[in-house]
Write a protein that binds this ligand. Structure first.
Ligand code: FE
Length: 288
């Protein structure tokens, strides 16, 4: 297969800020690193949260996330390794396996569980929360599971493997596209010292998270387990990522909604009243 030609970039967005995630636990005690937290929601609009989980100790993940609600946004779960079973209040059920992704639109409400289906070995992956525009926050819930083979992948110059989870990259359409937030979500595997460039619209907020090895972006080193927020200088065109040794990185970008963000745990709405409504609906069995 011929490597896909990359659009040449004259310049790269630079690293505005490096973020070290915060070790925390969620669900029934799953240990994870919260990389994108509430404080960055405005800066990284339309993204609300990024959790990285990765452990070979079952005690860190085995209890999973028992029944819990969501309203007002989308959750994207990408498994690098391991297996996770999800079940929801509408009777849907699915199994996410290594390399697979679940894209869920919570819309007006979902109650679901996410439970690891393995007793040992490594479980590693990400959960990203993507906001919905106000007009879609109360839309009907929806989800789709993508097996690893359903995720478009291409090989770029320098033998760089690019998995296109969302959006489009160098002409390759991803598994999902979204109109209002236009998310781009790439999982990029770089051989030692390889470089990869991705075009990014000026309007989009963007970040990288390095989960293996280290990379350099416009002269700044981003090491493993770090998020680098990319600057939004106009007319730069995109980002160039150069590996130091072998490296694996996710690149996430999206068009900001510029709408008020009011979060209360698993509910993300535009106003306090809508949060009260969500809590009331939850208490009265009307959420999902
Ligand atoms: Fe959930």
């Amino acid at each position: 297969m011929n490597p896909t030609a990359q659009a040449p970039l004259n310049q790269s967005r630079s690293i505005e800020r490096l973020i070290e995630g915060i070790a925390t636990s969620d669900g029934a005690g799953v240990k994870l690193t919260r990389v994108l937290t509430g404080k960055l929601q405005r800066r990284l609009d339309p993204f609300l949260m990024l959790d990285a989980f990765g452990s070979d100790d079952p005690d860190d993940y085995i209890a999973g996330f028992p029944d819990h609600p969501h309203r007002g946004f989308e959750t994207i779960t990408y498994m690098l390794a391991g297996r996770m079973r999800h079940r929801d209040s509408a009777g849907h059920e699915g199994l996410l396996e290594s390399g697979g992704m679940q894209w869920m639109t919570a819309g007006r409400g979902v109650i679901h569980s996410e439970i690891p289906e393995q007793k040992d070995g490594v479980m590693e992956g990400f959960q990203l929360w993507l906001n919905l525009p106000a007009k879609n926050k109360m839309a009907a819930p929806w989800y789709r599971d993508f097996a690893s083979l359903d995720i478009p992948e291409y090989v770029a110059e320098g033998n760089v493997t690019v998995r296109v989870l969302a959006g489009a990259s160098n002409g390759v359409a991803g598994a999902i596209t979204r109109e209002d937030t236009e998310p781009l979500y790439l999982d990029i595997h770089l051989p030692a010292d390889a470089a990869f460039s991705a075009a990014l619209p000026d309007t989009h907020n963007a970040f990288v998270y390095v989960y293996c090895g280290a990379v350099k972006i416009a002269g700044t080193r981003v090491e493993s387990q770090r998020m680098g927020i990319l600057s939004n200088a106009p007319d730069v065109g995109g980002v160039t990522i150069t590996a130091e040794g072998e490296a694996r990185v996710i690149l996430v970008a999206g068009k900001p909604l510029h709408e008020p963000i009011v979060q209360y745990g698993p509910f993300v709405m535009n106003t306090q009243e809508e949060i009260h409504q969500a809590l009331d609906d939850m208490r009265n069995g009307r959420l999902a």
